[in-house]
Write a protein that binds this ligand. Structure first.
Ligand code: NAP
Length: 534
């Protein structure tokens, strides 16, 4: 197997000839940001003579070796011409200064004899001192093509192709594993990537499997394919330059998962501690079947080095079920509250799951109040919300001996949570009950914890606060908002103005993440790096 360093190719699309100067400037910036190649996407330029005439300028003045790509509509690009037109475009490119790679679509290569003729001439012309290579490419926008393996076979057998490129839209994270397998088994330099929000893993892991390159955009608004990361994301968040054969994979699993800060935090921690790993968002649709299929595929893959995952909404209960069904171990606190947020995959594939939200919420509360955990015993706490975070908070507080009242918009959901936790933790009504906001007096309770999404930026009610307006608070009251985006929520501002002590959700988030980090790496999480990355 050939193993070479993978490059970042900055993909730059031009709408018309007037954009040449700007495109060249963007390329210079991309190269200084770390791109080793520039892909000139000339599909729109190729539609007009004026556009075709400036392709030579792009190649000539490219600040790094370049690929010239004219992507047809049928393969996800914008070039509308037929195969004869396509051949003419390649001919005009071949007549000018030659790029390092000339992208040639497989369909045109096989379907139009003129294409192969033009390309063969250009390759000969590039010899002996030029080094232009044909990058034979195939793109399937709809999803994995049924004849993927035949395509690989045909493409690998084309003597004139220096590189072969296979791209398709990922329908599940398992598509990425197939891309990885293609790279592992390649017979010549290869690019194998998945497009779309589910394809990030194949883009980030290209260096682990010796993929020739991964494409990146200069800014998130300038990406030339769905799911393409930016150069900054690849290098700064996913540590692209450090990824190698031995790099272990971790994930943050949820649906949706794009908003998660876990990659920033953990990858910064890996960088700081020298742990050879990368954590990537792994979107998995809500149903258990999807979760089980995705997790099994990751755990069982022989060359992936999947070390574990942070698991979030809506899979925290699924994680326990999956680990139990796989014969793994569910740690005590997770088993007691019926939800887990961390998967650890041992060296021999043994699975363990735990819940770091539970100790994190209790610890964040106690340290915010300046008390020992034992001092929570008998304290009266109001928890707003009855979802996943509420389960961890209520479970943790009850296990620490607090008396908890749960208030939720949907009363039945609060009822279900309370009944379930009462049964699991063998608690009576005195310790855990359902309440209503109208009944709060402020005298009975001094600790209030928001576990709803109210106040979360981008959530259902970003300007709202779950605290009743007339509830009296004073300096003996504590208000803990588990929402952590923004760091200072409307609830915190409101509670602080009413004299209460406030604890931000970041305190919980950082603690649960630090415990996950330690569980995976065996090393202490670097606190200042975590805080900075948040
Ligand atoms: P979840 O399971 O979806 O639960 C959402 C809760 O918010 C439910 O109780 C829901 O009430 C309530 N809610 C939603 N919209 C509401 C509205 N407009 N008015 C009143 N109540 C509303 O979510 P989760 O996983 O528990 O997460 C909840 C929040 O915790 C997240 O938004 C996030 O900001 C925060 N969080 C913090 C951390 C941390 O470490 N600090 C970690 C994860 C999440 P219904 O039952 O009536 O729908």
């Amino acid at each position: 197997m050939i193993h070479a360093m993978s490059l970042i190719a900055a993909s730059i699309f031009l709408r018309d000839a007037a954009e040449v100067d700007d495109a060249l400037r963007r390329a210079v910036t991309a190269v200084s940001d770390g791109a080793g190649l520039v892909e000139w996407r000339v599909d729109a330029l190729a539609e007009t003579e004026a556009g075709r005439n400036v392709i030579a300028v792009l190649v000539q003045q490219s600040p790094a070796p370049c690929i010239v790509t004219c992507r047809s509509v049928s393969e996800g690009g914008s070039f509308t011409g037929d195969l004869v037109d396509y051949a003419q475009v390649l001919e005009s490119v071949a007549a000018g200064p030659l790029p390092r790679y000339l992208d040639v679509e497989l369909a045109a290569w096989l379907g139009e004899g003129r294409v192969r003729e033009v390309v063969a001439q250009a390759v000969v012309q590039a010899q002996p001192d030029g080094d232009m290579g044909v990058l034979l490419s195939s793109h399937a926008v709809e999803g994995r093509p049924a004849d993927l393996l035949q395509r690989v076979e045909v493409m690998s057998g084309q003597a004139d192709a220096a590189v072969i490129k296979l791209v398709w839209t990922a329908r599940s994270i398992r598509d990425n594993l197939e891309a990885i397998d293609l790279l592992s088994e390649r017979r010549k330099p290869m690019i194998a990537l998945c497009m779309g929000p589910l394809g990030l893993m194949s883009r980030v892991l290209a260096p682990k499997y010796g993929g020739l390159l991964t494409f990146a955009a200069q800014t998130s608004s300038s990406s030339t394919a769905p799911g393409q990361p930016t150069i900054h994301e690849l290098r700064d968040c996913y540590r692209f330059d450090q990824i190698g054969r031995e790099t272990q994979l971790l994930g943050v699993v949820g649906w949706p998962i794009g908003h998660s800060r876990s990659p920033q935090l953990h990858n910064a921690g890996f960088q700081e501690t020298g742990f050879d790993g990368v954590l990537i968002p792994l979107p998995v649709p809500p149903e258990y079947e999807h979760f089980k299929a995705s997790m099994s595929a990751l755990v069982d893959h022989p060359h992936l080095g999947f070390r574990g995952a942070s698991v979030t909404l809506p899979h925290k209960e699924h994680l326990i079920r999956f680990v139990e069904e796989s014969g793994g171990r569910v740690e005590e606190q997770a088993a007691r509250v019926g939800a887990a947020n961390t998967l650890i995959v041992g060296a021999a594939g043994a699975l363990v799951c735990l819940n770091t939200d539970v100790p994190a919420v209790v610890d964040a509360l106690c340290s915010g109040m300046g008390i020992e955990q034992a001092e929570l015993r008998g304290r009266r706490v109001v928890v707003f919300g009855a979802g996943g975070v509420a389960r961890a908070a209520v479970g943790g507080l009850c296990m620490a001996g607090a008396r908890v009242v749960v208030i939720n918009r949907t009363h039945q959901r609060a009822q279900d949570l309370v009944e379930d936790l009462r049964q699991r933790l063998a608690l009576d009504e005195e310790v855990l009950a359902v309440g209503a906001a109208e009944q709060l007096t402020g005298q009975d309770h001094q600790i209030f914890i928001n576990c709803t999404s109210v106040g979360m930026a981008g959530g259902p009610d970003p300007a709202g606060s779950p605290l009743p307006e007339n509830l009296p608070l004073d300096d003996g009251s504590t208000v803990f908002d588990t929402v952590y985006t923004p760091v200072r929520t409307p609830l915190m501002t409101d509670a602080a103005a009413r004299g209460a002590r406030v604890i931000p959700g970041t305190e919980m988030f950082l603690r649960q993440a630090a415990m996950q980090f330690e569980a995976w790496t065996g090393q202490e999480a670097p606190p200042s790096v975590f805080r900075e990355a948040l």
